[in-house]
Ligand binder design. Structure first.
Ligand code: PSU
Ligand code: MN
Length: 335
């Protein structure tokens, strides 16, 4: 029987054609190759709040050991808030929803040796039984597939500057256009073209929200100068929008932009200068494609003597608190 289908009503039919689920030790259940950690599966079956977390931020977004510490702390914040964290990655070819601490550590230590896995990479990473850290696009894909409706990250990809020429537009944006998950982030970095990113999100039919702000936030800074299409002030309002999106079967995503807490934003000015420097270096060194974002993140951290990393960690933790509240409020409405 289709046991997984009872987990969540908006689950993908593809999973339901999977062979009978069976237990792997006491830890995980295997459904069509997707392994769901026992506590995550249990929460999904009961309709309890679950928060998805991405893993590229661990492997490519931060250095070791801060990446491992942050991954653990973010999971703790979600747990302490009353939701179940589910970090998503592909380990030795198996998509895993919810990682054990040892697995988080392995990914953190692998760093850029893990394959940065966007939607386009999912099939080959699985087929080659490789280890892939999922970006926002791939994490959204897996979250939706197992019925997780809220996903927390730091920042999403966007339209790169000169993107109208290079066509470097993150697959995060098209995924938001086709996958009904509420993504909680601190906005889009100013290394990207923020106005064009918002235009593209509109084209893709994505509901874009400023959380307690009229402006869409710009990651290291609370303001981008770009108006957020809609503003909400509470997690309950975000939950209501998430449920309306689900009930209408819109099959497109929701992007919640949470401004970085003011205390950390104060230190952001040197970050902006470092971003300008690293953007110039990208051109000089001819760095393109998937390598651009990891290069800039790393370089900005070096140039700011770690200040950007501290801000990065602080905003992710803040997003984890907000995202957990949204997941809890959403679960309450779905019951
Ligand atoms: N922005 C960050 N930190 C990150 C990323 C973006 O501040 O770690 C990662 C996310 O996984 C995001 C991906 O989905 O980079 C986007 O990569 P690209 O620009 O190549 O699409
Ligand atoms: Mn790109």
């Amino acid at each position: 029987q289709c046991r997984v289908a009872t987990i969540a009503r908006h689950i993908s039919p593809a999973l339901c054609s999977a062979p009978n689920p069976f237990m792997m030790g006491t830890q995980a259940i295997v459904d069509g190759g997707i392994q769901i950690r026992a506590d995550v599966r249990d929460a999904l079956e009961r309709g309890f709040p679950v928060v998805a977390l991405e893993s590229t931020i661990i492997s490519h977004g931060m250095p070791y050991p801060q990446n491992f510490e942050t991954a653990k702390e973010v999971e703790s914040i979600v747990r302490d808030s009353g939701a179940v964290p589910a970090t998503i990655a592909i380990l030795d070819g198996a998509p895993c929803i919810g990682l054990e601490e040892a697995e988080l550590k392995k990914l953190a230590q692998l760093g850029k040796k893990a394959i940065k896995t966007s939607r386009r990479d999912i099939a080959h990473v699985i087929a080659k039984q490789a280890t892939g850290a999922t970006t926002v696009s791939a994490t959204m894909f897996f979250a939706a597939k197992v019925g997780i409706s809220v996903f927390v990250t730091g920042g999403i990809g966007g339209v790169h500057r000169d993107g109208e020429i290079t066509m470097d537009v993150s697959s995060d944006l098209t995924e938001l256009g086709r996958t009904a998950v509420t993504v909680v982030c601190a906005g889009v970095k100013s290394i990207l073209d923020i106005p064009r990113t918002l235009e593209f999100l509109e084209t893709q039919g994505v509901t874009v929200i400023g959380y307690g702000t009229d402006e869409f936030p710009a990651f290291f800074t609370p303001r981008s100068g770009c108006k957020a299409p809609t503003r909400v002030n509470t997690a309950e309002e975000c939950a209501a929008i998430t449920v309306a999106n689900m009930n209408m079967g819109l099959q497109s995503g929701i992007l919640v932009g949470v401004p970085i807490p003011a205390h950390y934003a104060a230190a952001a000015e040197p970050v902006e200068i470092a971003i300008q420097t690293s953007l110039k270096e990208i051109k000089d060194k001819n760095i393109t494609g998937a390598a651009v974002t990891p290069f800039v993140l790393n370089r900005v951290n070096e140039l700011t003597g770690g200040a950007s990393l501290s801000a990065n960690i602080a905003l992710i933790k803040n997003n984890a608190r907000v995202g957990s509240e949204i997941a809890i409020a959403t679960a309450a409405l779905v019951e």
